[in-house]
Design a protein around this ligand. Structure first.
Ligand code: SF4
Length: 398
């Protein structure tokens, strides 16, 4: 989660036409990905296993849109259930019974909606700005994921079908900023927009061309760069030709922790192995060392992971790599939910002796490592990076 400090008002469509940006969107809703050399991964059996969609809850306007029709055509056997709002799906949101079906709901259900509010929030830590994302929710099931907190007990992917409005909003926002004059921890020269705050763009790309449209749009905006974190290796993204204007941040943690906590994601070794392919395909490739979960032996495990990075990654990846280090933040309500479907994970995540509570703006009780514990751990991780992967610049750690 990357909390922004304030919200900007929505833009006026009449202020900046996309043509004023010298480009505009390369691919609006309804566009198709460029022809790939072979079959698309998203049509493979592996992709189908992650997303065996049976039910699509859809706002009527979303279902009727070009992007909505594209998505429904991908899942012709799915039952389509009309809903008034993607935020109010009684069968999904706040339904405690879904705890027992937590993982199945994420793969078998999709929601189609339109993003009504287009707001870009300042961030300044991972990215300069948090963009209105093309989705909310995820087909993967990381136990610590904060996204379900906002949606009750189940958060399958909600695809926002009005991607052209999102891209137009971004174009206007980018135009208003002008060139970036001062380098900062986000980037030397580009305004960085996180486009995947509430989901995983690599998984979104299995469902629709929303991710492709964003990647294509950013390559025409020389003062800006898209950025998203991912735990899924989707080879279809290699064909998108981002021309350096999209930063992929592969999230990493020790493999043993990941097997327990990163449910339904690509193995950590696959994420590391994909880094060079993504760089060669035109992405900037960074890493998120996150979340750092404190447990007996965590230092040794992270040391091993960093040595693996040093051994496996080619020089060209190392030269441009940077990392974010994020200590685990947890949440009491999520803890209760997780006890219902994955109690073993909570043995790692829920450590009251090491953690302190903090009431969030929306009233939820978040839990994070005590100040002294956290400061020591961040310091230890910085030293591990310096010892085992000294080429890895840490953009920030918290
Ligand atoms: S990949 Fe990201 S969005 Fe998806 S479940 Fe994991 S933490 Fe949440």
């Amino acid at each position: 989660m990357r909390p922004g400090s304030s919200a900007l008002p929505d833009d006026c469509d009449a202020l900046f036409g996309l043509d004023a940006l010298g480009g505009g969107t390369a691919a609006g809703a309804g566009s198709e990905q460029p022809p790939a050399a072979g079959p698309l991964f998203r049509d493979s059996a592996a992709a189908h296993r992650l997303l065996p969609v049976r039910t699509v809850y859809a706002e009527p306007a979303a279902a009727d849109s070009p992007r909505g029709r594209q998505i429904l055509a991908r899942y012709p056997a799915a039952r389509v259930v009309p809903v008034d709002s993607h935020w109010r799906v009684p069968e999904l949101h706040g339904n405690e019974g879904n705890v027992e079906r937590w993982v199945r709901v994420k793969g078998e259900t999709l929601v189609l909606g339109e993003r009504k509010t287009l707001t870009t929030r300042p961030n300044g830590r991972s990215a300069d700005w948090i963009a209105p994302g093309p989705s909310n929710g995820c087909a993967m099931a990381c136990v610590y994921c904060y996204v379900p907190r906002r949606k009750g007990y189940a958060n399958p992917v909600t695809v926002f079908t009005n991607i052209e409005r999102i891209i137009a909003h971004l174009g206007r926002h980018i135009a208003r900023q002008g060139p970036k004059r001062e380098p900062n921890q986000c980037d030397e020269s580009a305004w960085v927009y996180d486009v995947g705050e509430n989901g995983d763009c690599s998984v979104d790309a299995l469902i629709s061309d929303n991710t492709a449209d964003l990647v294509h749009a950013f390559r025409q905006w020389p003062t800006a760069k898209a950025s998203f974190a991912t735990k899924f290796v989707n080879p279809d993204l290699l064909a998108l030709d981002p021309r350096g204007r999209t930063r992929v941040r592969f999230s990493l943690m020790p493999a043993d922790d990941s097997r327990l906590l990163d449910v339904r994601t690509s193995p950590v070794a696959d994420r590391i192995a994909a880094a060079a392919d993504f760089l060669d395909a035109g992405y900037e490739v960074h890493f998120n060392l996150s979340p750092v979960v404190l447990r007996p032996g965590w230092r040794e495990a992270w040391g091993e992971l960093l040595r693996q990075l040093d051994d496996v990654l080619p020089e060209r990846v190392k030269r441009q790599a940077a990392a974010e280090v994020i200590m685990l933040t947890h949440n009491r309500e999520l803890h209760e939910v997780n006890l219902g479907w994955h109690p073993r994970a909570e043995e790692l995540l829920w450590q009251p002796g090491l953690q302190q509570g903090k009431r969030s703006e929306n009233g939820a009780l978040n839990v994070r490592y005590r100040n002294g514990v956290k400061a020591d751990a961040v310091d230890a991780l910085r030293r591990l990076v310096a010892a085992h992967a000294p080429w890895l610049r840490i953009r920030y750690a918290f």
